[in-house]
Design a protein around this ligand. Structure first.
Ligand code: ADP
Ligand code: MG
Length: 501
């Protein structure tokens, strides 16, 4: 499997008419390539045969989308090596068309070939040059259609994130914690702009929000490859907007954001404290919604708990379907562990899976990290995957869990001591009777758990890291000058069985 990274910048932006230079690069093919024309021609002929065979096996739209902008680089030694325009296409072909290509290759070459994929936009552009050349030599010959992109496909160029080909509905383990969210995502992909608009997905970190959002994008593209999807992080929206303001070019910004079929914004809670961007997003939202375009949002808290979010945005975010993705239960954790290890080519025995599922109970990303670590440890040390090996490989993780109170413990003792409800700690309310215990809980979390600032913020209705820093500093200061605060902390630490500092 490729080391495709969802957050890596795409190597090229296939749909950016300015950025690609597709045609010009093709017509300026270097001399060495032209020298190699004979070889290239035979590869081209083979490629055409292979394309024809693939075409007969898949939908025409899929063929136009994925096989037009590709080139055959090598067809020897039991391998067919195919060049693609960008990482996104490579990932997609790898995970969806490898089998078809290998079947087609067997038909064309008469013996099995393994398909390999790489990103090489120049090579993809090359056949166009020779096609143009052969057309001018023999205008009446049945020259193949130039490999011009037939459809405007995939993510729009303004999308800042590539899609991770592993993030599909097929690879998503469904359990009671996420069944509703999953069904809503599937429903949205089946009837964009109709079923749930907006579709608002919230839940704490590492529970599969991004995975579901990307699955939705893949499903939309599979349903109609022409769908113009703008998939971005909230940060990108903010940055684009700020740039547009600086350049005095709001017109262009609006044009870009309003000419889409689907807009998907990951981590929309980051709009907190950004008034002008909220204002602009409000208008973007209205324009798209009015045109019946699908809006998909993810957040680490429900709309009403996003700090400082304008009331009119809160209410709009609730127009469609707001759904929560919850921490996985034990059985789901087991299923995920099994799936993740199988994906990595190795089974984890039941007793080991149970051990992990018991210890790692709140975050799927951590669960996945533990599988990766365990399996590479087993591979490197060339030992079977046993409970003993797991304890050894995941020593840090286990030690941290065993001795230390969890976030839940902290929330329990704090709510009990101050007589507040968990929902109040997580709400936006800032009256002192709630803000103070909230800050105490954040302070304790920072002192005794290994959660990051972001994660801690996540436990309190999706507050951002600066809020957590502020709380920690405030309580530290208070503890140094106020005996009552110090006593409260000591009592809480006592309950948590942590020796006072
Ligand atoms: P979030 O965006 O909510 O922080 P992600 O979508 O990034 O979380 O998920 C974290 C990791 O856990 C990803 O690698 C994702 O593939 C995996 N994951 C989360 N939920 C599931 C699931 N239900 N089935 C399989 N993998 C999952
Ligand atoms: Mg995410």
């Amino acid at each position: 499997m490729s080391s495709h990274d969802a957050n890596a910048a795409p190597e090229s932006c296939p749909d950016d008419p300015q950025a690609t230079g597709w045609l010009s690069r093709a017509s300026a093919a270097p001399q060495s390539q032209l020298d190699d024309a004979a070889n290239a021609k035979s590869l081209e002929a083979l490629w055409r045969a292979l394309q024809a065979s693939v075409r007969s096996r898949i939908q025409p739209g899929q063929f136009e989308t994925w096989f037009r902008r590709a080139a055959l680089l090598h067809a020897d030694d039991g391998v067919v090596r195919i060049a693609l325009q960008d990482k996104f296409s490579r990932g997609w072909l790898e995970s969806h068309y490898r089998e078809v290509i290998e079947i087609a290759a067997k038909e064309v070459f008469g013996s099995p070939r393994r398909a390999e994929f790489l990103v090489d936009p120049e090579a993809v552009a090359r056949p166009l040059a020779s096609a143009a050349e052969s057309r001018s030599e023999a205008p009446d010959a049945a020259a193949p259609a130039p490999a011009v992109p037939a459809v405007d496909v995939g993510l729009l160029f303004a999308s800042d994130l590539g899609l991770n080909p592993k993030y599909t509905f097929d690879n998503f383990v469904v359990g009671p914690c996420n069944r509703f969210a999953w069904a809503a995502a599937v429903g949205t992909a089946e009837a964009p702009g109709k079923a749930y608009n907006p579709f608002f997905l919230h839940g704490s970190v590492g529970l599969g929000k991004t995975h579901l959002l990307q699955s939705l994008c893949f499903a939309l593209l599979a349903r109609d490859p022409k769908t113009r999807i703008l998939y971005l992080s909230c940060e990108t929206f903010v940055n684009h907007f700020i740039n547009a303001l600086e350049d005095g070019d709001l017109q262009k910004f609006r044009h870009k954001y309003r000419n889409v079929d689907v807009i998907v914004v990951d981590d929309i809670h980051l709009l907190a404290n950004k008034e002008r961007t909220q204002e602009e997003f409000f208008h973007t939202f209205n324009a798209l919604h009015q045109m019946g375009k699908q809006i998909v949002l993810s957040s680490d808290s429900p709309p009403r708990d996003i700090p400082t979010l304008q009331e009119r945005l809160v209410s709009r975010f609730k127009w469609g379907l707001v759904t929560e993705i919850e921490p996985p239960c034990y059985e789901t954790r087991m299923a995920i562990l099994k799936r993740k290890s199988r994906e990595r080519g190795r089974e984890v025995p039941d007793d080991v899976a149970r051990l992990l599922a018991e210890r790692i109970d709140s975050n799927i990303r951590e669960l996945e990290g533990a599988v990766t670590k365990l399996l590479s440890y087993a591979n490197l040390s060339d030992r079977p995957v046993t409970a003993e090996l797991a304890r050894e490989a995941l020593r840090d993780l286990f030690a941290a869990r065993q001795g230390q109170p969890s976030m839940e413990d902290i929330l329990n003792v704090v709510t009990e001591r101050f007589g507040v409800k968990l929902s109040e700690l997580q709400s936006k309310r800032r009256t002192n009777t709630i803000a103070y215990p909230r800050q105490i809980a954040m302070y304790l979390a920072r002192q005794i758990t290994r959660h990051s600032l972001e994660e801690i913020g996540g436990f309190f209705g999706g507050r951002d890291h600066s809020t957590v820093i502020y709380a920690v500093e405030k309580i530290a200061q208070l503890a140094s000058e106020n005996a009552e605060c110090r006593q409260a902390l000591d009592a809480l630490l006592g309950k948590l069985k942590v020796p006072p500092a």
